[in-house]
Design a protein around this ligand. Structure first.
Ligand code: GLU
Length: 273
């Protein structure tokens, strides 16, 4: 059975390679009738799975807008979960066409995938329990228990870039970090302000953001390396979204009720090559 599945898979691969010509180069997202887009399933305000296949949030709306602008209004978009630890792998394996999932552009990730954008620049901040009085700045995390999401960059910003010695406590996602914060297993969750604002809004007064931002998180749209045309088309879509007021409208829709200062101008792009 297993062997048959593998053989069928190989045959399909050979067919795809033949269809793409001798070089076997993969297709661009441009012209696709169906786009599979990876988003976060558990981050309120950004990417939240309501039920199988139905997601909501700022990233989800950005993804829908970009898809319609790149591939036409008739495009069918399928959303799938893209946890922090899976984003590069999903793109490299061709399991998703795009990733729009609070995905910071970093030099390390750029060795594996390409990025359009950024479509927004967030800033890392820190969430603590309401009763916490000693953590007022990232440096106050020294010696404390900090949540570490696998595949995410935020813990590196504290431990490797800021060189603050912390006790890292592993979790698979930021929603699990919030549970650990409430149960006392960690003292702080440090990550992008947009993510923390979404959780703070849904957790009521149990937690608070310390309001001491210390990084620029350039949110890119992950795309397969080599799809330069696709990447440029996504950049054009992002520019249009800022020019026609869509980006500002979406930022207000999802974060207007928070205390965040929202940046309403198009960020400086990275470039696609
Ligand atoms: N933006 C950061 C990153 O891409 C943290 C959020 C996340 O992991 O989704 O690593």
């Amino acid at each position: 059975m297993r062997a048959r599945v593998v053989i069928a898979g190989l045959a399909a691969l050979a067919l795809t390679a033949a269809a793409c010509g001798a070089g076997g180069d993969e297709s661009s997202i441009i012209g696709k009738e169906r786009l599979i887009i990876g988003v976060k399933p558990d981050q309120p305000g950004l990417g939240l799975k309501k039920k199988e296949g139905v997601y909501e949030g700022f990233d989800v709306d950005v993804a829908k807008e970009v898809a319609a602008r790149v591939a036409g209004k008739g495009v069918s978009v399928q959303f799938v979960d893209a946890p922090s630890s899976q984003r590069e792998r999903l793109l490299q394996a061709g399991q998703v066409d795009l990733v729009v999932a609070t995905y910071s552009i970093t030099p390390e990730r750029k060795t594996k995938v390409a990025f359009a954008g950024p479509y927004y620049v967030a800033h890392q901040d820190t969430l603590v329990r309401q009763s916490e009085t000693r953590i007022r700045n990232v440096r106050d995390l020294r010696g404390r228990n900090l949540c570490q999401v696998t595949g995410s960059n935020s813990w590196r910003r504290v431990q490797e870039e800021k060189k603050i010695p912390v006790n890292l406590v592993k979790a698979a996602s930021y929603s699990m970090c919030i549970d650990k914060l409430k149960s006392g297993d960690v003292d702080a969750v440090s990550t992008d302000d947009l993510i923390l604002a979404g959780f703070a809004a849904s957790e009521g007064n149990q937690v608070k953001i310390i309001n001491a931002p210390f990084t620029d998180e350039r949110y890119g749209i992950g795309i397969r390396q080599g799809d330069i045309d696709g990447c440029e088309a996504v950049n054009k879509a992002i520019t249009e979204m800022y020019q026609d007021g869509t980006a500002q409208k979406l930022l207000k829709k999802w974060f207007g009720a928070t205390t965040l200062t929202l940046t309403e101008t198009v960020p400086q792009f990275e470039g696609c090559d």
